[in-house]
Design a protein around this ligand. Structure first.
Ligand SMILES: N[C@@H](CCC(=O)N[C@@H](CS)C(=O)NCC(=O)O)C(=O)O
Length: 237
């Protein structure tokens, strides 16, 4: 059976990591049997990141490469009927969420004090003393370096949120009044979009991105629709 390695759940959500939610949701969409295994040590992943899978003795990291692998081995059970135009749209949306929105999420969680307090408690609260107090500031410092290297961390708070708002506004326009991003049926890009919306809306961390999404009617209706279908236990949250 496929083994999906991902972080321990937090905040009553299936996972605190957007890429973990995405891959778990994608696997649900395929209907393939899989088992979730908790792994909090990113060094165990073949790319030094979480999530990753093990299947038939192979270990594959990176949600996109895992999806490519699954499609190659088991056939494309989710996106097979998409047109070239729909695939291009899905690609552009996924890249926006992976390579732009994700950094705004990191900023909200790790650089803003309320986010940092919440992740420190959720991710490290169970560690023995003194690790509980030593590890979180080290992770925070390393992510600050990553944000500076990527570039987003060089901007002011307002500028950072303006980039995040632009992503969510684009997502809202692209969704329009459709049930799912590409029409009436959920596809892999919905796994990605839902994962990112859940990552902002689900945790008890107030920030302008969360407020923006909560004020965007079609994104919230979409969030509820996806939960009804894939995470019924989250309906009403
Ligand atoms: N491109 C990867 C991204 C995965 C990723 O960034 N995972 C984060 C957690 S959300 C991680 O493991 N970070 C640890 C690190 O960068 O050291 C994917 O699609 O799976």
């Amino acid at each position: 059976m496929i083994e999906l390695y991902q972080f321990a759940p937090a905040w009553g959500l299936p996972n605190p990591g957007p890429f973990c939610i995405k891959l778990e949701l994608y696997l649900k969409m395929t209907g393939l049997p899989f088992e979730v295994i908790t792994e909090n040590d990113t060094r165990k992943g073949p790319k030094g990141k979480i999530p990753f899978i093990r299947d038939d003795g192979r270990t594959i990291g990176d949600s996109e490469l895992v999806i490519q692998y699954l499609n190659g081995k088991y056939g494309d059970r989710v996106d097979a009927s998409l047109t070239a135009e729909q695939r291009a749209r899905a690609h552009a949306i996924s890249r926006m969420l992976h390579d732009s929105t994700y950094w705004v999420l990191l900023y909200c969680r790790w650089m803003q004090d309320n986010g940092y307090r919440a992740v420190r408690e959720a991710f490290f609260g169970g560690l023995p003393w003194p690790l509980r107090s030593v590890v979180p500031p080290l992770v925070r410092r390393s992510l600050k370096r990553d944000l500076t290297g990527q570039g987003l961390g060089r901007h002011s708070r307002d500028e950072i949120f303006s980039f995040g708002f632009a992503d969510m506004d684009a997502l809202s326009v692209l969704l329009g009044d459709k049930a799912f991003l590409l029409g009436d049926v959920p596809t892999s890009v919905d796994a990605t979009a839902h994962a990112f919306i859940m990552s902002f809306v689900g945790p008890p961390i107030d920030n302008p991105m969360r407020e923006r999404i909560q004020r965007t009617a079609n994104l919230m209706a979409y969030y509820r629709r996806m939960n009804e279908r894939f995470y019924p236990s989250l309906v009403g949250r």
